[in-house]
Design a protein. Structure first.
Length: 82
């Protein structure tokens, strides 16, 4: 998913949360409150010569009203069993 757009996630973002809270190893979700959401992955604007975040594990935060052409989302759902 890296290289197209930063992926908008439902996880909240705080610059201090990771430093002060123990994260679960599976599906860490960030702080329980806040106005910023986590973006992950990198976008077409990233280039190896100036963007060190061009990797799938990259994270950064933004507010929901931030108008950016290099941010998107993907739809996902749990598999249907039966």
């Amino acid at each position: 998913m890296t290289g197209n757009v930063w992926e908008w996630t439902a996880d909240r973002w705080s610059t201090s949360w990771h430093a002060t809270q123990a994260q679960p190893l599976v599906d860490p979700q960030g702080p329980g409150a806040g106005d910023r959401r986590a973006l992950r992955g990198g976008s077409y604007l990233c280039h190896v010569s100036y963007c060190w975040r061009y990797r799938t594990s990259a994270r950064m935060g933004t507010t929901p009203d931030s108008p950016s052409g290099n941010v998107g989302f993907r739809c996902a759902r749990d598999p249907v069993t039966g």
